[in-house]
Ligand binder design. Structure first.
Ligand SMILES: NC(=O)c1ccc[n+]([C@@H]2O[C@H](COP(=O)([O-])OP(=O)(O)OC[C@H]3O[C@@H](n4cnc5c(N)ncnc54)[C@H](O)[C@@H]3O)[C@@H](O)[C@H]2O)c1
Ligand SMILES: [Zn+2]
Ligand SMILES: [Zn+2]
Length: 361
């Protein structure tokens, strides 16, 4: 059977998104059909709409979602109809060279549903990050469904599916921030703010939030920043150094993903410190750094795919921290909107008015 659902589609590069009727097939082997309850609006959706990720239009957008499994295909044993799940976009394979090395968060062969969802005329859709959850129902690989405590509201839980996990993990998993460390986070949108919140959970003693928008800096204090730097007025590197005894932070997270912010992260680290790139650069950007500085400053330059998370390990744990009041996941939900308000939500995100707009279905 095929399900007709309403869903948000980017039909062509740069054009406003629209709500279209989409056909979702019943799950085949290894797949799950999910009734989506909530899906956050992430900057990556806007990158897709602008053609910054690939040219494979039309895109079915939305990828930070929670919902209930409605049906599963042959051979699926990990999830069952009725399970409350957060969707993830890195279902690990278990057999690639990364998985075999015991580093499944790097899995090089993550998988998605194999049957396409289509427009009514049969045009196949490219689902954003293999999810496509600005939709009443979506079809994913069963491994993309992670069961979490069903008492968590879907609007908050879904945010773990992308931005919040990426930011939290960039600080905690990739950066390895721990008790007593200093960390600076450049760019405090949904992703960077989660890095701030993650650093607090991990016990960092100094958490420096950097943004060009003062509203973000005010919010960052609520999420645990000990200091804030408005880098539209102040030199970020100087400011971070002076807040850390003149040395620089142990870890600096770039949650913007531009050459200038990565350079700030590079130079605002202490010697042997770690720079983490979690912001996704758009195509064509290049980085120019003196190679002698790369050598002389030591440490590590790391990229963070999805916060180097393991959904099966990290999603339930973060939901538990949230339900215990130790991690303010609900604080990321700036507004709850309807399916036909995604385009407005892009504008609000662009203007810095929200951390996350969340579509409730
Ligand atoms: N690595 C991953 O797995 C992953 C996952 C999700 C999102 N992302 C990426 O993370 C980035 C951030 O996403 P988001 O949803 O938080 O976006 P957002 O638009 O909500 O936030 C971006 C923030 O950066 C600030 N900013 C912009 N330019 C700046 C500058 N020069 N210096 C300091 N701050 C600056 C903005 O004011 C804003 O607060 C995007 O590139 C997104 O694609 C990466
Ligand atoms: Zn693998
Ligand atoms: Zn995202």
């Amino acid at each position: 059977m095929t399900h007709e659902v309403r869903a948000v589609v980017a039909l062509e590069r740069g054009a406003p998104v629209s709500v279209e009727t989409v056909l979702v097939p019943d799950p085949g082997p290894g797949e799950a059909l999910v009734q989506v309850q909530a899906c956050g609006v992430c900057h990556t959706d806007l990158h897709y709409r602008e053609g910054g990720i690939s040219d494979e239009f039309p895109f079915l957008l939305g990828h930070e979602a929670a919902g209930v499994v409605e049906a599963v295909g042959e051979g699926v044993t990990d999830v069952a109809p009725g399970d409350f799940v957060v969707l993830n976009w890195r279902a690990v394979c278990g057999t690639c060279r990364a998985c075999r090395k015991g580093e499944p968060w790097y899995c090089f062969a993550t998988h998605n549903a194999t049957q396409p969802m289509t427009l009514v005329d049969g045009t196949p859709l490219s689902a954003a990050l293999g999810i496509g959850a600005f939709a009443e129902r979506t079809l994913v690989a069963a491994g993309q469904c992670t069961k979490v405590d069903p008492t968590a509201p879907a609007t908050a839980a879904g945010l773990l599916g992308c931005g919040v996990m990426a930011g939290f993990g960039a600080a905690v998993n990739t950066g390895g921030v721990g008790r007593g460390d200093s960390i600076a986070v450049i760019g405090c949108g949904g992703v960077g703010m989660a890095a701030v919140a993650g650093a607090k959970v991990a016990g960092a003693s100094r958490i420096i939030a950097v943004d060009v928008d003062e509203r973000k800096l005010k919010w960052a204090e609520q999420f645990g920043a000990t200091d804030t730097v408005d880098s539209s007025r102040t030199d970020a590197v100087e400011a971070i150094r002076s807040l850390t005894g003149g040395f620089g932070a142990d870890i600096v997270v770039d949650a913007v993903g531009r050459p200038e912010t990565f350079k700030q992260a590079f130079y605002a680290r202490d010697l042997a410190g770690i720079a983490v790139l979690v912001g996704v650069p758009t195509p064509g950007l290049t980085l120019n750094l003196p190679l002698l500085d790369v050598f002389g400053r030591g440490g590590a330059l790391k990229s963070s795919w999805y916060g180097d998370c393991l959904p099966s390990r990290d999603f339930p744990a973060l939901i538990d921290l949230y339900l215990q009041g130790r991690f303010d996941l609900g604080g990321f939900v700036s507004e709850v909107i309807a399916l036909d308000e995604v385009e407005e939500a892009f504008a609000k995100m662009h203007q810095g008015e929200v951390l996350r707009s969340v579509v409730a279905l």
